[in-house]
Design a protein around this ligand. Structure first.
Ligand SMILES: Cc1ncc(COP(=O)(O)O)c(C=O)c1O
Length: 342
């Protein structure tokens, strides 16, 4: 099957499995796993931060980073379609005791005027304080759109000026690096903390990481322990992640080209709504508005061609390209769409 449901569906390659099998291991709770230590050093360097901490998932990375930088009763500002706000079980509220202030913004950017007026509210005994601003890069629900260094820098400056911090949910930060042709470290230079995932577009089976200042990462490590995420011979996870960093970043350009190729077929098809401006990386959102076809029916028809996709409702579908989708698979998807839609 050609699985377009998510880039989390990738399976480790044979070479990655060999790297995992041969990993040098130790007890990471005691800081003794050499492969984890190497991965954490590598991630901190790649993101231009002092330190890094391996965590089990993107959700745990975001939660530990938020926990490490806030106190109960504060406010977390994020985009209204942010993953951390919509798809992480409200962990920042349940565990960290924060209020959320979701803001609108084009392609996942926050409206700077709105953010500044919120941050610059006159101090008043009635108001909670904004503790943390969160950005997402690339922005999943906005279509895998990228935020550039200037956009992130402006938000960071505004947050810092008013005593708040900036966290980036960079689950797919390397897709932004490749699409913008700007090193991830440059993109996040002004952010305090960044989470990114090995188990999405980078193609490893498990793991995410939080990068930031050494003292904050120590608090992340404590939070990871508190949440049950401190693992023993975690080098078997770190080895897959290291392999992914060494082999699977530059190739993301192929996933982006595949997404664009599919998106252009969709854009040329009658009764399909798609905003090509949002197809910047490996994610494609589109809507089916036809009398003869609903989104679930289109997915059923695609299954007949060996293509897996899932509809979000009667009209909307998301496709995600990834390293298990080849040039030939992309060609097949395009042909299937042309046959079904024209
Ligand atoms: C932008 C973004 N952040 C965070 C996550 C959460 O990652 P995980 O599923 O590893 O918890 C996801 C998952 O899809 C995501 O797309």
């Amino acid at each position: 099957m050609i699985d377009l449901r998510s880039d989390t569906k990738t399976l480790p390659s044979d070479a990655m499995r060999v790297a995992i099998a041969n990993a040098e291991l130790g007890d990471d709770v005691a800081g003794e796993d050499p492969t984890v230590n190497e991965l954490e050093r590598e991630c901190a360097t790649l993101l231009g931060k002092e330190a890094a901490c391996l965590v089990t998932s993107g959700t745990q990375g975001n939660l530990t980073a938020v926990y490490a930088q806030t106190r109960p009763g504060g406010e977390l500002v994020c985009h209204e379609a942010a993953h951390i706000y919509s798809y992480e079980r409200g962990g920042f509220a349940a565990v960290c005791g924060l209020l959320a202030r979701p803001l609108p913004g084009k392609h996942g950017a926050l409206d700077l005027d709105q953010l500044c007026s919120l941050l610059g509210r006159r101090p008043d005994i009635h108001y909670q304080r904004v503790s943390l601003v969160c950005l997402e890069n690339t922005h999943n629900a906005c279509g895998g759109t990228c935020l550039n260094a200037e956009q992130i820098g402006a938000v960071a400056d505004a947050a810092h000026e008013h005593g708040a911090r900036l966290h980036i949910d960079g689950a797919r930060i390397f897709n932004a690096q490749v699409a913008l042709e700007v090193p991830a470290a440059e993109l996040v230079a002004k952010a305090d903390t960044v989470t990114f995932c090995f188990s999405k577009s980078l193609g490893a089976p498990v793991g995410s990481v939080v990068c930031g200042p050494a003292d904050t990462i120590e608090r992340v490590r404590e939070a990871r322990k508190l949440f049950g995420g401190a693992l023993r011979q975690a080098g078997i996870i770190a080895a897959g992640a290291l392999y992914a960093l060494q082999h699977n970043i530059e190739r993301l350009a192929e996933d982006h080209a595949h997404a664009r190729q599919i998106a252009e077929v969709l854009a040329a098809s009658p009764g399909i709504n798609i905003d090509l401006e949002t197809v910047q990386t490996n994610i494609i959102y589109f809507a089916v508005h036809r009398d003869d076809l609903t989104a679930p029916r289109l997915c059923e028809r695609l299954a007949e061609y060996g293509i897996r996709a899932s509809a979000r409702d009667d009209h909307n579908i998301r496709f995600v390209t990834h390293l298990d989708i080849s040039d030939a698979d992309t060609e097949l998807v395009c042909q299937a769409l042309q046959q079904l839609l024209t």
